[in-house]
Design a protein around this ligand. Structure first.
Ligand code: GMT
Length: 378
């Protein structure tokens, strides 16, 4: 198949999933065209069958407001026509699904099919803005196929927007060969030379991630065990987190590593992953940690329980309950045997249920079904 993939290039789950999907599809012989305003952060190498197309800025002195949705539609039309795309698969509805709708109408419904994948806040937060909600509803109705990354997201989308159509749940996935355990890595001995325990969190530091809760829980953990907290990523809450770490006397125990390319190396060297989010439609970063054999202490919200199994691959605690988060972390950090059991269960779950080789064929079948079916469903 000839497949166009539209995504955000920035540090975040939807861009990661879209790019990894493109790489996997290209590896399975499809012709893949990734379209965005910059090369996605996970597209670090050259891949056979995969081309990146940059959306150019529309600049003219009259345009003080960003015309990205139109520029993106124009680029989708160009790529679809030049390369004979059959499927245009957009990740994150806003504004991608609207731009892609325009592109499909212009290229022709009989020629190009539109698939929209909802990732999370495009449905649960941003899409609910009164000015954006009608656009999300319309573009979901008009897509030829819609997928959501968890049952939770499918359900919440159906209850939020006035749509009767089918939404296919296709969970996120992980390359379990790349994200694999490495308990004796050199990274680990450099960060924790005296055998200290390593806790890790990865996110884009937006308020919804509640990164400060990870620091608050860590303060309680640190009072009982020698440990470091590694914070990977960047975003609006980072300065507040740095301030909290400083004021908590943890400046030497909390490392702000910023955006990391090889996040799997850090995960593989860690003992526990903390995910204190307020809303999380799936929690890709938790799955990647589990794949590295790292148990997850997360909140019990959104789609996280579909990934992290309480009492097996980690623990689930109420949002904001940092004491419970610390207690659960300590239950594993202070009992090596239990930690080992959870670590193996986390890895097993990632390999058995979420490996790239299991999930990508689900997308292929979905594309084929749409090409056979034709037409949108409303
Ligand atoms: O909704 C967002 O926060 C944006 C999105 C992203 O681009 O990072 O994250 C969402 O998509 C990820 C990939 O499907 C999911 O793993 C995240 O749980 C989800 N984030 C939220 O729901 C907050």
């Amino acid at each position: 198949m000839k497949i166009g993939i539209v995504c955000y290039p920035t540090y975040g789950g939807s861009g990661a999933v879209a790019t990894e999907l493109g790489i996997a599809l290209a590896g399975r012989g499809h012709e893949v065209h990734i379209i965005s305003y910059a090369a996605p952060f996970r597209l670090a190498h050259f891949y056979d069958n995969l081309v990146f197309h940059a959306v150019e800025k529309c600049t003219y002195p009259l345009f003080e407001f960003d015309l990205y949705p139109l520029a993106l539609a124009g680029k989708c039309i160009e790529v679809a026509r030049d390369h004979g795309l059959e499927i245009l698969h957009v990740h994150y509805a806003i504004p991608h699904a609207v731009s892609a709708f325009l592109a499909r109408e212009i290229v022709g419904r009989g020629t190009l099919k539109l698939v929209t994948t909802l990732h999370g806040t495009d449905s649960t937060i941003v899409g609910r803005e009164p000015s954006l909600s009608p656009l999300v509803t319309f573009s979901l109705r008009e897509s030829d196929g819609v997928t959501a990354v968890s049952c939770y997201l499918e359900d919440v989308t159906r209850r939020t927007y006035d749509i009767a159509r089918e939404i296919e749940v296709i969970p996120n996935f992980v390359d379990t060969k790349k994200f694999a355990p490495a308990p004796t890595s050199s990274f680990r001995s450099r960060i924790a030379p005296k055998g200290e325990r390593i806790l890790v969190h990865v996110s884009n530091f937006r308020p919804v991630k509640r990164v400060q809760d990870a620091i608050r829980a860590f303060r309680m953990i640190r009072a009982r065990v020698q440990a470091f907290l590694l914070l990977i990523g960047d975003g609006p809450d980072r300065p507040a987190c740095e301030k909290l770490a400083r004021e908590s006397g943890l400046s030497h125990d909390v490392y702000f590593l910023g955006k990391q390319d090889a996040v799997e190396e850090v995960l593989a060297a860690s003992d526990l992953f903390l995910l204190p989010s307020e809303i999380e439609s799936f929690g890709l970063s938790a799955l990647e940690a589990m794949s590295c054999g790292v148990p997850v202490i997360s909140t019990d919200c959104g789609g996280i329980p579909e990934v992290n199994i309480h009492g097996q691959t980690g623990y689930l605690v109420p949002t904001g309950d940092v004491e419970a988060m610390a207690d659960c972390a300590l239950a594993l950090l202070l009992d090596r045997e239990k930690h080992e059991v959870f670590s193996e269960a986390a890895r097993r779950r990632a390999v058995n249920d979420f490996d790239v080789s299991r999930v990508v064929p689900h997308y292929e079948r979905f594309y084929e079904e749409i090409l056979m079916r034709g037409g949108s469903q409303q």
